[in-house]
Design a protein around this ligand. Structure first.
Ligand code: ZN
Length: 82
């Protein structure tokens, strides 16, 4: 029996660093990946994070360039409203 709950985009954004560092629990990791299957926004976000890490060799400490998080969350809100 596992918790059946979908992650919200904002939770994915918050978990992406842990995901990329492979520090999520198996359950959280599974939910994270399930979310990515149907959410293009979070797929793009994850790809962007991977590119950043590939370019810099590490997870950026603030996780996001200034302004990007706000733009993403705005976009997420738009998708959820539609
Ligand atoms: Zn999402």
């Amino acid at each position: 029996m596992r918790l059946e709950r979908e992650l919200a985009c904002q939770e994915v954004v918050e978990l992406v660093t842990a995901y990329l560092e492979d520090s999520l629990s198996p359950e959280d990791r599974e939910r994270f990946e399930e979310h990515l299957v149907f959410c293009d926004g979070c797929q793009n976000y994850l790809a962007q994070m991977r590119d950043t890490i590939a370019a810099t060799g590490r997870v950026p400490p603030g996780a996001l360039p200034a302004g990007l998080e706000e733009r993403l969350l705005e976009a997420f809100r738009g998708w959820r409203a539609s």
